[in-house]
Ligand binder design. Structure first.
Ligand code: FAE
Length: 538
């Protein structure tokens, strides 16, 4: 057993105990404590958020012997609700599904133009949030594990040539030789068994889309995932409780998914140096005249009521609140004068990773199957098409009925970038992005799927995304940028102008990666943490 595995088991035990006791502070000591230990007023290191970038920072700090507090605005997702499950399924969402909403806001607006997808729910700190900024909405995860709780688990590594184009200052040899393999191993990336994929009813939808792509002369590729495909096979065989085969994904998976609470964060807790505090929103940061930083942190209960506002000091601060969260914290700090020396690049160079969704109607004989696994396993890879690069994941639409729909999340190369401004009236960051900035993404996706439709005599579906649209161009799952590496920070995520202040999440990536981003966010955080721990004073 590797030391990391042993630590992970200890950490998992701590997470389970904390959940069972309803604690909001989780550390190794809580594995035996019956009450929350008192809130800290100081920690040598604080990590904000608990998604991919934060989880890497927490583990590597913990291993280096640095006492670290992780502050997460969402809850710990480890306690079963009245139905005996931690997460609700996509087809029967309840209060657990979305972050303080009275109605769910799923990516699919309607089916056959009917309002049958979304449901009224009561406000609660649910696991999926949709942050609406005018012409662009951004889906993010909330809770211990961040986006890893709600995402599709797709874990591709970008084309090396495109990675070098996007982040030319990062040594690609190091990334592809050391940090990507490290990230993939820690995240539990695995691939579907090709024989099972070819024979199972659960991936018929993907095989049908592959046939149509091949008819058009396009290539498809298997996409690795952090969902345990061995577990999925046991689900299909009826020997394990179903999750990916029971419609679970965007509102969380009850089984099978290796979200970072089960990997990096469990290992971080296992070091004995890391504590995670839930329902803690960091709203402000200022320098401590004595050195380090002071954070203003709001604690809320599940009704959303703020129950405490406190100040928490640290020597070193790692921001991993995601592209939106980290950018907002730093933008607010600069604009309110709390951290006036921050770069004017904070808030700039934000992109959607070229996300656009679309769907096609198939012929009656091309059935996609009533049974569909929620974890995508195949993509249409036309990224090398210089005139029109697109990587389109073949997305499931598990409705339990045959619907003849092929759905896709296309990742395109959209050069448009948005930026954030600070709105003093609401004390929040506002994304400046207009609908026409997504036109290049729609044009690229349309170019690809027009060819597929033409060759297969099929057409688009107009009933799914609202407003009779064939392309969903007003939301993204892949927010990237806002505090870009080498612009708002140095080449390792050290925030320019302030010592001991770091960015460790998707806000470092300038708007585009060409593939789904979390493996890159994780690998980049590994690279940066290694350098920071080796070089920076404790
Ligand atoms: P992230 O995972 O978003 O974590 C940030 C954390 O910080 C969250 O837990 C927040 O609640 C917390 N936070 C924010 N503000 C504060 C604050 N002020 N105080 C305290 N805590 C705060 O950040 N990517 C893939 O690679 N493959 C996929 O298949 C895929 N599918 C997706 C499907 C969906 C529905 C969604 C929403 C996303 C998907 N993504 C996918 C994107 C991926 O989850 C995302 O890039 C990463 O989660 C971003 O990681 P970060 O570390 O940047």
């Amino acid at each position: 057993m590797t030391p990391e595995l042993t630590r992970r088991q200890l950490g998992l035990a701590a997470l389970h105990t904390a959940a069972a006791l309803g604690l909001t502070r989780i550390g190794l000591t809580t594995a035996t404590a019956a009450e929350d230990p008192p809130a800290a007023r100081y920690a040598p290191a604080i990590v904000v958020g608990s998604g991919y970038g934060s989880a890497v920072a927490a583990l590597r700090l913990g291993q280096a012997g640095v006492r670290t507090v992780v502050l997460e605005m969402g809850r710990l997702w480890d306690t079963p609700g009245p139905d005996g499950k931690v997460f609700p399924s996509t087809s029967a969402p309840d209060q657990r599904s979305m972050w303080y909403r009275t109605r769910t806001e799923a990516p699919l607006a309607t089916f056959l133009w009917l309002d049958v997808v979304n449901r009224d729910i009561s406000p609660y700190p649910g696991v999926l949030d949709r942050v609406n900024y005018g012409d662009m909405s951004v889906y993010v995860g909330r809770g211990v594990g961040g986006g890893s709780l709600v995402n599709g688990g797709m874990a591709p590594t970008p084309r090396r040539s495109y990675f070098s184009e996007v982040l030319p200052q990062v040594d690609a040899d190091e990334m592809y030789g050391t940090y990507y393999p490290r990230a993939r191993a820690m995240l539990g990336v695995n691939s579907v068994d090709p024989d099972w994929f070819e024979s199972t009813e659960w991936y018929r939808f993907a095989r049908v889309s592959r046939k149509h792509a091949q008819n058009t002369g396009l290539k498809t590729t298997f996409v690795p995932n952090v969902y345990d495909f061995g577990y999925m096979q046991r689900e299909a065989a009826g020997t394990a409780p179903r999750s990916a085969l029971a419609g679970e994904v965007i509102y969380g998976n009850n089984h099978g998914k290796k979200s970072v609470d089960k990997t990096y964060l469990a290992a971080a807790l296992g070091t004995g140096n890391v504590t995670i505090e839930t329902m803690q929103r960091v709203v402000a940061v200022r320098p401590d005249p004595a050195g380090g930083y002071v954070l203003t942190v709001r604690t809320s209960d599940t009704t959303g009521k703020v129950t405490q506002v406190r100040e928490l000091g640290c020597d070193r601060l790692f921001l991993g609140a995601g592209s939106l969260g980290t950018t907002e914290i730093l933008l607010r700090a600069r604009e309110t004068g709390a951290l006036p020396a921050l770069s004017d690049r904070v808030g700039q160079n934000w992109g959607t990773n070229g996300n656009v969704m679309t769907a096609r109607a198939n012929h009656l004989w091309d059935t996609v199957g009533a049974n569909q696994a929620t974890m995508p396993a195949l993509g249409i890879d036309d990224w090398d098409n210089a005139a029109n690069p697109v990587f389109a994941e073949i997305a499931p639409l598990p409705m339990g009925i045959e619907h003849w729909i092929s759905m896709y999340l296309a990742i395109t190369r959209n050069p448009e970038r948005g930026h954030f401004t600070y709105d003093a009236a609401t004390d929040s960051a506002r994304l400046q992005w207009t609908r026409d900035q997504n036109a290049p993404s729609v044009a690229a996706a349309k170019n690809l799927f027009d060819r597929i439709n033409l060759r297969n005599f099929t057409m688009y579906r107009y009933d799914l995304f609202g407003d009779n649209k064939a392309f969903a161009d007003t939301f993204t799952y892949h927010p990237l940028g806002g505090c870009v590496l080498g612009e708002a920070t140095d080449g390792y995520g050290r925030v320019k102008g302030y010592r001991g202040l770091y960015v460790t999440d998707g806000s470092l990536v300038p708007g585009s990666l060409g593939v789904n981003p979390f493996v890159t966010i994780t690998a980049l955080a590994e690279r940066n943490m290694e350098r920071i721990l080796a070089e920076d004073p404790r």
